[in-house]
Design a protein around this ligand. Structure first.
Ligand code: SF4
Length: 397
C-alpha cells in the first residue's frame, strides 16, 4: 500500500474479503436468519447474505431489502443522464471501449457542444447530469473540464463528474465551478486483478484511485459515487463485500454527504473483453439486496446497461437512482453514431417512458433532489443530518 492510499485503504487491508467470500460458500440457513435479523450488520452477516444458502431464499431477501429501501428512501427514484463529452483516453483498461490503443473514432466536445447536449437533456426533463469522459489530461485538462462543468451547471442545477482522478486543487476548482458530485468506480478491489486489467496509464495506480473519493469529499464534493464492475474479477462476492465496506466508511466519515453505490456488469464493447465469471441475474439481484442491507444509507444506482425488465424489478427492491435514455458516445444525443460508444446499453426506453414506468409502479420519478445539499462549511446538524449520522455510526463495517 502506498503512502497516499487514503484512510479507507487501511480498513480494506484489514478486511479479508477473500476469506469472507469462502466462508459464505458454507454458511447455513441459521446464519442467513441471523444476518436477516441483525440490526447492525457485521462483515460475516454480509457474507451470509451473499451465500448460496441465501440465494435459495432470494424472495425473502428481496422483501427485506425492499422494506429497508422504503424506510430510508421512500418511493422517490432519482433520474439522471450521463453526458459523455470525450472518449479520448491515455489509459489502457482491457475491458473498456475507450482504451488508448483501440482504433475507434475519438471525439472531445467543445464547451459549446457540451452545453448544447446539456440543453437537449434538460429539454427531456433531466436536472441532474453526469459528465463522463476518458482519461486524457491534455484533451480533458483541468481548465477545460472546469469550463465544461461551469457551462453545464448553468443549464441544470445538479452536475456530477466521472472522469479521471484529480489533485485536491482540481477538485476544489470543480466544486467552485458547480460540481456537486464525483464518481470513481474502483472497478475491482482485488489488487492483483486490478493490475492485470489496468495495463497502462493513470488509472493503473490502485491506491491513488481508492483515495480519490476521500480527496474529492475533503475538497467539498457533496455526492460521492463508488462501485465495482462485476465480472471483472473472478470472485464477485469479494468485490460486493468491499463495496459495502467502502460505502459504510464513506457514510460514516462524510455523513453530511450523499453516497451512492453501483454494481455495473460487463457489457459488450470495442475491446471485446469477456467477463471472467458471468454474474447471472439471480446473483445480481442477491448482490444488490445484500448491499442495501449492508449500507442502508447509500443510494443504489442502476444504469441502462441492464435490460428494462430487470430494472423495473430492481427499482421495487433496492434501486434509488436510475439513468434513462442514455447514450455512451460523446455528442450522442445531438449527433448519434458519429463517435465510438463506451459500451452497449440494454434499456433503450426514453426518459419519459422510464418515468411513466415508475409512476405506474407507485414510485415518484424525481428529476432533481427537492432540497439542495449544504456545502460542508455551511452545514448544520438538522433533523436529516442528525438521523444520517446516527445511522452511519451504527454501521459495524
Ligand atoms: S475505463 Fe476509463 S481510463 Fe480505462 S480505458 Fe476506459 S475511459 Fe480510459
Amino acid at each position: 500500500m502506498s503512502a497516499d492510499a487514503g484512510r479507507f485503504a487501511a480498513e480494506l487491508a484489514a478486511l479479508d474479503t477473500t476469506a469472507l467470500s469462502s466462508y459464505s460458500l458454507g454458511v447455513s440457513d441459521g446464519d442467513v436468519d441471523r444476518a436477516l435479523g441483525a440490526e447492525h450488520l457485521y462483515p460475516r452477516h454480509v457474507a451470509a447474505l451473499l451465500s448460496p444458502a441465501a440465494a435459495a431464499r432470494l424472495e425473502e431477501l428481496a422483501t427485506v431489502a425492499s422494506e429497508r429501501t422504503l424506510q430510508r428512501f421512500g418511493r422517490a427514484v432519482r433520474l439522471f443522464a450521463p453526458l459523455y463529452f470525450s472518449n479520448e483516453c491515455l489509459s489502457t483498461c482491457t475491458y473498456c471501449g475507450f482504451a488508448k490503443d483501440l482504433d475507434v473514432v475519438r471525439l472531445t466536445l467543445t464547451p459549446d457542444e457540451a452545453e448544447a447536449e446539456a440543453r437537449l437533456l434538460a429539454d427531456r426533463g433531466f436536472r441532474h447530469l453526469l459528465l463522463v469522459s476518458g482519461e486524457h489530461r491534455v484533451a480533458v485538462s483541468p481548465d477545460y473540464l472546469t469550463d465544461v462543468v461551469r457551462r453545464v451547471a448553468a443549464v441544470v442545477p445538479s452536475v456530477s463528474v466521472e472522469t479521471q482522478t484529480w489533485s485536491d486543487d482540481t477538485y476544489a476548482r470543480l466544486v467552485a465551478a458547480g460540481a456537486e458530485g464525483v464518481v470513481h468506480y474502483q472497478e475491482t478491489y482485488d489488487r492483483t486483478r486490478y493490475a492485470e486489467v489496468h495495463v497502462a496509464g493513470w488509472k493503473r495506480d490502485f491506491d491513488r484511485r481508492l483515495a480519490s473519493t476521500e480527496r474529492a469529499a475533503d475538497a467539498g464534493i457533496r455526492r460521492l459515487g463508488i462501485g465495482a464492475l462485476l465480472g471483472l474479477a473472478g470472485d464477485w462476492r469479494a468485490d460486493v463485500l468491499a463495496v459495502a465496506a467502502h460505502a459504510s466508511y464513506l457514510c460514516r466519515t462524510y455523513w453530511r454527504t450523499d453516497v451512492t453505490v453501483s454494481l455495473p456488469r460487463i457489457k459488450p464493447c470495442a475491446s471485446g473483453f469477456q467477463p471472467v465469471v458471468p454474474v447471472d441475474d439471480a446473483s445480481y439481484v442477491q448482490a444488490l439486496c445484500a448491499l442495501r442491507l449492508a449500507a442502508p444509507d447509500a443510494g443504489i444506482v442502476l444504469s441502462t446497461r441492464e435490460p428494462a425488465a430487470l430494472r423495473d424489478g430492481l427499482v421495487r427492491i433496492a434501486v434509488t437512482h436510475m439513468s434513462a435514455g442514455s447514450s455512451t458516445e460523446p455528442g450522442g444525443y445531438s449527433h448519434p453514431g458519429e463517435s465510438q460508444e463506451q459500451f452497449a446499453i440494454s434499456d433503450e426506453r426514453s426518459p419519459a417512458e422510464v418515468a411513466a414506468m415508475l409512476t405506474a409502479a407507485g414510485y415518484d420519478p424525481v428529476w432533481k433532489d427537492s432540497f439542495p445539499l449544504l456545502p460542508p462549511t455551511q452545514a448544520r446538524v438538522d433533523n436529516r443530518g442528525t438521523e444520517v449520522k446516527r445511522r452511519a455510526q451504527a454501521s459495524a463495517f
